[in-house]
Design a protein around this ligand. Structure first.
Ligand code: SF4
Length: 280
């Protein structure tokens, strides 16, 4: 090996070791205003750290208008995260995702349907996707099925305003078709962020499609009902979708039994006593 090459290797290694120390002491950062692949090695104390830069335990996060990148010690973007992932409230999350066009439903929706209710609710109620009424009004469960859901909740002892209600998909599938698997996967992170922000004690999943999609199961609804499931640490119970109850009134009795179980579990978990309203 020539001495030039050897000197270059030694020099590069010295720079790397030096930058490693500076990086972890917060003196080296990546600047998005610089041309692509440029690493600003100006010590941080010589230039005020712009607001768009946030630090993490593992490196530096650089924010731009739409995305956040985590930069490793070598200046590589190791993880890409979107700005909405850093939302600290449901309102902030809504404002950051309500123009989403990740799947084709973004182009056909009338309204983005984020969800509604108590941002610190003990219970999150989840359906599969907005229908025509929800798409028109931008709110979940507002049509006949929504009115029935309100009655079911009230009869169980909960007010609509007390819980948080949303769907797996935030945009209406045309013709009320079932959500496609890729649509569910693209939209699922938004739901998970909603769940993290609300952090409910219990989740109530409505219907076969929502259950299959969220829990990634092919078990029939009758096998899923009456059991406590787990979704990423949250306890989940399952009952019929109110729209199915409107089509099949014979299912109202088993749905009522589901809700009594749900209330019992809620009381066990929270230690709260619920007084149901009998409005049958
Ligand atoms: S359904 Fe979800 S992923 Fe698709 S456009 Fe709407 S918000 Fe985005």
């Amino acid at each position: 090996m020539s001495s030039d090459k050897l000197n270059k290797i030694i020099s590069d290694t010295e720079t790397l070791v030096k930058n490693f120390g500076r990086f972890y002491s917060g003196k080296l950062y990546i600047d998005n205003d610089l041309p692509e692949n440029s690493v600003n090695t100006v010590p941080a104390e010589e230039k005020p750290v712009p607001e768009k830069i946030k630090k993490t335990g593992s490196g530096i996060i650089v924010k731009d208008k739409s995305a956040v990148a985590e930069i490793d010690i070598f200046g590589n973007e190791s993880i890409k995260r979107e700005e909405w992932e850093f939302s600290e409230s449901l309102d902030e999350l809504n404002s950051k995702i309500n123009t989403c066009l990740k799947c084709g439903l973004g182009k056909t929706r009338t309204h983005f349907v984020f969800g509604v209710g108590n941002p610190k609710a003990d219970i999150v109620v989840i359906g599969e996707a907005p229908g025509a009424d929800e798409d028109a009004q931008g709110e979940p469960f507002v049509g006949r099925a929504g009115q029935l859901l309100n009655k079911i909740l009230e009869a169980t002892g909960f007010q609509r305003e007390e819980v948080f209600i949303c769907n797996i998909l935030k945009c209406r599938p045309p013709g009320n078709r079932n959500p496609a698997p890729d649509e569910v996967e693209l939209c699922r992170p938004y739901l998970e962020k909603q769940l993290k922000l609300v952090n409910p004690k219990l989740i109530l999943l409505l219907g076969k499609v929502a259950s299959e999609s969220l829990l990634k199961t092919k078990e029939p609804l009758n096998k899923l009902r009456g059991r406590i499931h787990d979704y990423k640490g949250w306890k989940v119970m399952i009952t019929f979708h109110p729209a199915a109850l409107l089509r099949n009134p014979n299912w109202k009795r088993p749905a009522w039994e589901d809700m009594q179980q749900f209330r019992t579990l809620y009381e066990e978990i929270t230690g709260k006593k619920i007084t149901p309203v009998n409005n049958n």
